[in-house]
Design a protein around this ligand. Structure first.
Ligand code: ADP
Ligand code: MG
Length: 373
């Protein structure tokens, strides 16, 4: 076990790194954050912010020398960075697991090989591949870049071959996947922590509503049958086991055709849909990340209050701050802002979580606050 007093390394300084840093420092660890942005959200809370690129040899040497263990919040951290650091100290999750999750082709192929249902898809390396994919995938479809897409970026919805060709041409020659557009009944996710001994702690299932490809609202527990929730948690657990995953991860699911589960993607880190755990669970997903990284016993995932989390995107900033007073007057609403200097449309600036005795009243309050902000 790595105990409080040790220094933990965090690759990436975004909001996920910030909330990890707060959890780690609360427990008495020191935190060293690596992020090239001098104003990074996590750097503001870290003991040390190494302001450098993820492949900077000197910065990585400093991390390796100082940190008792290293984790990541940035899905696109170069796998070689994780591999090289792992020669010096424990690195969780492993380069191998991150390499699968950060590449849609590798991820979907891995899922299919291991017997997990995915949307029908085809790998598109050249424009000619699209012609073949028409038959196997069909339209409407979604063309997604294999690497570096997030929050719906690097995706295009296409209705026919001509649109698919135009979209592929606009992706700058990147390898893509063409995925069948599914008629979604709803979207679910499961966050879990897994330690070296193979112990697993599963959080309740979150029901996620997206707007324009970006998570908007998470409702927990998800309003689905107990059987479907169990199925989602079992599938997430099986994926973590078969990846021999160590750390915190999330699995996103689509629900289609009357309660059929399809795996959408895997995140090798805490997840936006797990932010409710900060306020509604005994151990948050960030405390869980500390515990898994340090090989401590895993935390308790029990949810004590129904919760609705709402993302705060830069769109609502305009020239001034949103009307925070309209939110802060409700003691059942918990505000989390990420310390980002500039608000841009689509940029995740913060979130709030409404907690109440019933999901219905929590959801009603969440909507009321949103309208007043
Ligand atoms: P990202 O990495 O940007 O989160 P996702 O693949 O999760 O990319 O897509 C973002 C969202 O777009 C999903 O949560 C879902 O709402 C919608 N979406 C993506 N793929 C499909 C699909 N095949 N069918 C229907 N909706 C989809
Ligand atoms: Mg997603």
């Amino acid at each position: 076990m790595i105990l409080p007093g040790a220094t933990l390394g965090m690759l990436g300084g975004g909001q996920l790194g910030r909330m990890f840093t707060i959890a780690a420092r609360t427990m008495g660890y020191h935190v060293m954050v690596l992020d090239p942005d001098p104003l990074s959200p996590a750097g503001q809370f870290a003991d040390t912010h190494v302001c450098a690129d993820y492949q900077d040899a000197q910065a990585l040497a400093q991390m390796a020398q100082t940190c008792a263990a290293i984790t990541t919040e940035f899905e696109n951290v170069p796998a070689d960075t994780l591999r090289n650091l792992a020669a010096h100290c424990p690195v969780k999750p492993s380069a191998e697991a991150v390499e699968i999750a950060q590449n849609r082709v590798a991820e979907k192929s891995w899922l299919r090989q291991h017997g997990f249902a995915t949307a029908p898809f085809a790998v598109i390396s050249t424009a000619a591949d699209l012609t073949d994919a028409c038959a196997s995938v069909g339209f409407p479809a979604v063309l997604k870049v294999s690497r570096f897409g997030y929050d719906g970026k690097g995706q295009a919805r296409v209705a026919d071959l001509a649109q698919a060709q135009a979209a592929f041409a606009s992706m700058g020659g990147e390898v893509c996947v063409l995925e069948k557009m599914l008629n979604l009944e709803c979207e679910l996710s499961v966050v879990l922590g897994r330690n070296e001994a193979g112990g697993i702690a599963l959080y309740p299932v979150s029901e996620n509503i997206h707007e324009a490809g970006i998570l908007d609202i998470s409702i927990v527990p998800a309003r689905v049958s107990a059987a479907l929730a169990t199925q989602a948690r079992d599938a997430a657990m099986a994926i973590a086991q078969q990846l021999d995953y160590c750390g915190v991860m999330a699995v996103e699911f689509f629900v289609v055709d009357g309660d059929q589960l399809v795996v959408n993607e895997i995140a090798p880190r805490p997840h936006n849909s797990g932010h409710y755990t900060l306020d509604a669970c005994l151990s948050s997903q960030f405390e869980m990340q500390v515990r898994a990284l340090c090989n401590l016993p895993l935390g308790a995932t029990a949810q004590h209050t129904p919760a609705v989390m709402v993302n705060l995107l830069g769109d609502i900033w305009g020239d001034s701050q949103p009307n925070w007073a309209a939110l802060l007057r409700y003691p059942q609403a918990k505000l989390h802002l990420y310390g980002k200097q500039s608000a841009r449309p689509g940029r995740k600036m913060g979130h709030y979580t409404c907690l109440d005795n019933t999901l219905e009243t929590a959801l009603a309050l969440a909507k009321q606050i949103r309208a007043a902000l």
